[in-house]
Design a protein around this ligand. Structure first.
Ligand code: G3P
Length: 503
């Protein structure tokens, strides 16, 4: 008898497959990294074939380790790095180009032209997003304009687009032999091509980017009782599993953190940080630099919206200390190094490597370390990196309060960086509210499993999921109001220094 739900989490740096039981507990997992391809400054690509191979491999390994068969899984959920664009030939399954990753800034001219030509407000209003390099629309346009033969193939209906959810689902359900070309509302909402109210592709938006409609996947709910399709006997499950959950990773984490009521929020600390607050069935248009986005749509229930503050560089700033500066040998060491000093000694680090996302949306910003004196050491820079993660989250939390009118009582957190105790303490200090982490910290995969399991009745309703959420750890704020205000004023000054850097 099937008693588990499986979830694939296809992230920016790695892909994992996890199996959960009815209590929302992890039964097993396997995870593999894939290559970050950086052909030139500002460009970030992934190889979609490598991502598919990694996905197949983590599924096979986990199922093998646990001794499970396809029939032991009641359903499968897919969650993914959002915005990253794959265009492939549906006759052969071959990608025309590497996936252009959400962090990639090669489309800055496309984004600024849209603003210059007065199209910004249309995109903001209809899609809930500011024109920016972050989203898929410009990336698809770039592939259509720069890769030989793709436009003709798209017009013929052979070249199709998907974020990595669509790419995975299409492959898992048979690829060129009957693969299903679908996505869900949360992923579709990150393209600049979907109307937030109708939840359908919008012809006027498609025309802005010159994208033929037939390239795009069908938009479905995030949790589908009849499923998007079944995995095939030739695939990594060696049998049929009904795929019933599909949602972008940050929305999945919102579900995994059981933020089902308006005003409930979570912050995920990964490569970047993504804070989402549930705004219910009401579509709130941001005035403070946040994105409006669907949080989830379960079956034929009304869509639930969220406001989102996306920060491009947080955990990846710690990686930068390791890979580019070489001042730490692993992420965990950032905590030990930062603990060698009491404070940053006046140093601020603004890691605006991809410009600044929310709430600034300034692609002309570039990173800066300011406030240095001869007294400063690696330890101050490491501590300033952790503070930068927290100050960026404060920028976003303040914007959320302005837009939603909801004052954050406690911040629910998850993601890799939450293992850094010092960073979480600084987060509570900087925000002045407690920070709380659940026992199951893999909320992204869990959220995808929840969406899939709800669809098939494995979980009855969201109340049942709520009962699975338990606190593991809580950090209380210690800074005085004065210390908090001074620290934040310094941060805001540092941010100003990074703007207008690129002409
Ligand atoms: O919007 C980008 C986001 O979905 C990426 O998340 O966890 O893969 O860095 P992550």
């Amino acid at each position: 008898m099937a008693e588990y739900v499986g979830a694939v989490d296809q992230g920016t740096t790695s892909t994992r497959f996890m199996v959960f039981d009815h209590g929302g507990n992890e039964v097993g997992r396997h995870q593999l990294e894939h290559q970050q391809i950086l052909p030139q400054a500002g460009w970030v690509e992934h190889n979609p074939v490598e991502i598919m191979e990694r996905t197949n491999s983590v599924i096979r390994t986990t199922m093998g380790k646990l001794g499970l068969q396809a029939s032991d899984l009641v359903a499968l959920g897919i969650t993914n790095q959002r915005e990253t664009a794959v265009v492939w030939d549906k006759r052969t399954g071959r990608p025309y180009y590497n996936a252009i990753v959400w962090q990639d800034t090669r489309t800055d001219r496309i984004a600024s032209a849209l603003e210059r030509e007065g199209k910004g407000d249309l995109i903001r209003h209809r899609a809930g997003l500011p024109p920016a390099t972050y989203f898929s629309g410009g990336k698809i346009q770039w592939i259509l304009e720069n890769v030989d033969g793709v436009r003709e193939a798209a017009e013929r209906g052979d070249a199709v687009f998907g974020n990595t959810d669509s790419w995975l689902i299409w492959n898992l359900t048979g690829g060129p032999d009957g693969g299903v070309h679908v996505t869900d509302v949360t992923n579709a909402s990150r393209t600049m091509l979907m109307d937030l109210e109708t939840l359908q592709w919008d012809d006027e938006l498609l025309a802005l980017f010159g994208i033929p409609r037939q390239m795009l996947p069908e938009i479905r709910s995030s949790s589908e009782p009849q499923g998007y399709g079944r995995t095939t006997a030739q695939g990594p499950f060696q049998g049929e599993v009904l795929i019933t959950g599909d949602l972008g990773d940050q929305q999945a984490a919102t579900v995994g953190q059981v933020c089902f009521a308006p005003g409930e929020a979570k912050n995920t600390y990964g490569t970047g940080n993504f804070m989402l607050i549930n705004t219910g069935t009401e579509l709130v248009r941001s005035k403070a630099g946040l994105l409006t986005t669907p949080a989830y749509k379960f079956g034929d229930q009304p869509v639930v919206y969220a406001l989102e503050g996306s920060i491009a560089v947080t955990g990846s700033a710690v990686q930068w200390l390791r890979d580019q500066l070489g001042i730490i040998s692993g992420a965990a060491q950032s905590e030990a190094l930062a603990r060698q000093v009491e404070d940053t000694g006046g140093v601020y680090f603004v890691p605006a490597f991809s410009g600044l996302f929310a709430p600034y949306w300034r692609s002309d910003a570039r990173g800066a370390i300011v406030g240095l004196s001869r007294f400063n050491t690696n330890a101050h820079v490491a501590r300033a990196t952790l503070e930068a993660i927290c100050y960026q989250s404060k920028d976003v939390a303040d914007a959320m309060e302005k837009d939603s009118g909801v004052h954050l009582e406690v911040l629910k957190v998850d993601g890799g960086v939450t293992a850094n105790d010092l960073c979480m303490q600084i987060q509570a200090d900087v925000l002045g509210v407690p920070v709380s982490k659940p026992v199951v910290a893999e909320t992204t995969a869990l959220g995808a499993a929840y969406a899939a399991g709800l669809a098939v009745g494995f979980w009855k309703d969201t109340d049942e999921l709520r009962a699975n959420w338990n606190e593991d750890k809580r950090w209380e704020p210690h800074w005085s109001d004065d210390q908090r205000a001074k620290g934040y004023a310094g941060w805001q000054k540092a941010v100003q220094r990074t703007l207008d850097w690129v002409d």
